[in-house]
Design a protein around this ligand. Structure first.
Ligand SMILES: [Mn+2]
Length: 231
């Protein structure tokens, strides 16, 4: 079976509960849609668990990218990480050996921005914020006045800009995205996975760092949802 989770934000205990809940085995596959680190206490543990498990893959989130830029990037780019919940991550990172630090930075630097898989004959494109847009999608975004973030580079938009249902839409593809809590898309069911037209939002609020946030997980074959509460 294929599973997706996103925006775990250092909630390692909830992550382990979820792997139990879905009976995750070496025959299954999990893709984490970015933002494993920051805000919550154990982001480095989440990241290292993902790295050492061959059937868990990950795509890049803006938080992993901020970390990479802050540690090895141009001076001045570290600023945003220092305002976005970096403290528990840098504290844990500082305690690692040079070799472990190196492995983490190499791993992050190689993460892709999107991943397309087929499950139960349905095609899913997995992203953190947005996919690489088609011209038609760009045009619809502009018509919906969602062009305010166009000062950003295309790379930054894919990890920083929110998914826009109805504008980002493709025949035969279901997008699965994180980055923005599903409460933004459905007021009545703020902590549940959001099912839109051709898109599914799965960030159920781990960034809140406790009740009432929770970790969501989606099984792609049958679109079943699973939830692990935060302590
Ligand atoms: Mn994010």
């Amino acid at each position: 079976m294929h599973y997706v989770m996103s925006d775990i934000h250092g909630q390692y205990t909830a992550f382990l509960h979820m792997l139990d809940l879905i009976h995750f085995t070496s025959r299954d596959r999990l893709c984490v849609l970015g933002d494993a680190i920051d805000r919550g206490p154990d982001g480095i543990a989440v990241l290292q668990h993902i790295m050492r498990t061959p059937n868990i893959t990950m795509i890049l989130g803006n938080h992993e990218n901020m970390m990479l830029e802050a540690i090895v990037g141009e001076q001045g780019k570290s600023y945003s990480w220092f305002h976005n919940g970096f403290e528990p991550t840098i504290r844990a990172f500082d305690k690692l050996s040079n070799n472990e630090k190196h492995e983490i930075l190499i791993y992050i630097s190689r993460l892709k921005l999107q991943h397309t898989i087929t499950a139960a004959e349905r095609k899913f494109t997995l992203v953190h914020g947005r996919p690489k847009l088609t011209a038609a999608e760009e045009k619809r975004l502009i018509l919906r006045s969602k062009a305010g973030d166009y000062g950003r580079s295309e790379f930054d938009r894919r990890i920083w800009s929110e998914f826009v249902p109805d504008a980002i839409k493709r025949e035969g593809v279901t997008f699965v995205f994180g980055h923005r809590m599903t409460s933004r898309y459905q007021n009545a069911r703020p902590l549940e996975i959001y099912f839109g037209d051709g898109c599914i939002g799965i960030d159920c609020g781990c960034a809140r760092g406790g009740y009432p946030g929770r970790l969501g997980c989606l099984r792609l074959e049958d679109l079943q949802t699973f939830y692990a509460e935060l302590e």
